[in-house]
Unconditional design. Structure first.
Length: 247
């Protein structure tokens, strides 16, 4: 097992599936003790924990609803109490509601903001109570913050654009503590939310320089980079990993 993150503790919110799960696997494989936050996918989260343990890593699953500030804060507090520290926060929880602006339900709008924006802010606040100088905060955004090539995505694009502004402000606030804050903006990635073999995916490939979906493991590699010592001078950045989708 790689020892890059030996002694480090990471909390991955939205860690039971997709990019979050891949990030948990990657960080655990490099020595981090990982806590996998999940809102509803308890079975998937526990299965991932067992997979990581079988590979020689250390992991725990913790219920954490990104839309519930109390639940999310308690979950992060429990991670710090269990492991005695918290070094890396990965905000990967997200929702995607699509619909034309004139018909978009206010409930869906509020849910989008609650999970995709407010949840990131709340998790960061909670983590910073426990994070020592030199910690890492990494948000999973979307290339749709810069390019929205299909109809119905206004609320989603807005929520992901908000993260770019948030990391820039937080990077300024936390620079004196040597805590870096960055945003990763993936393009189309093969997950259960956006499978590479769908009819919708075929249309997206025509807009991409590499003509394919990315993989969650490719995004997780960027998470690992930003969480590690090599990225100590990277903060306040929005990093595209989108196969040329926004090119």
């Amino acid at each position: 097992m790689n020892t890059k993150f030996n002694g480090k503790v990471a909390f991955i919110n939205g860690g039971s599936r997709g990019i979050g799960a891949a990030s948990a696997r990657r960080l655990a494989s490099e020595g981090a003790r990982v806590a996998i936050g999940y809102a509803a996918s308890a079975i998937a989260a526990e299965a991932l924990v067992e997979e990581i343990k079988a590979a020689g890593g250390e992991a725990v699953a913790i219920k954490a609803d990104a839309a519930d500030a109390v639940s999310l804060t308690r979950a992060i507090d429990s991670v710090a109490e269990r492991f005695g520290r918290l070094d890396i926060l990965v905000n990967s929880a997200g929702v995607l509601h699509l619909g034309p602006v004139e018909q978009f339900a206010l409930e869906d709008f509020d849910r989008t903001l609650a999970v995709n924006v407010r949840g990131v802010f709340v998790a960061s606040q909670a983590a910073l109570k426990h994070m020592k100088d030199g910690g890492r905060i990494i948000n999973i955004g979307s290339t749709n913050a810069q390019r929205m090539p299909f109809e119905g995505g206004a609320a989603y694009a807005m929520s992901k654009s908000a993260l770019i502004g948030l990391v820039k402000g937080m990077a300024r606030d936390l620079g004196a503590r040597n805590i870096t804050v960055n945003n990763i903006s993936p393009g189309p990635v093969d997950t259960d939310m956006n499978p590479a073999d769908s009819d919708f995916a075929a249309g997206m490939h025509g807009l991409m320089a590499l003509k394919r979906h990315g993989t969650a493991a490719e995004v997780a590699a960027m998470v690992s980079y930003l969480a590690g010592p090599e990225a100590g001078f990277v903060t306040g950045a929005d990093l595209l990993i989108d196969g040329g989708f926004a090119a």
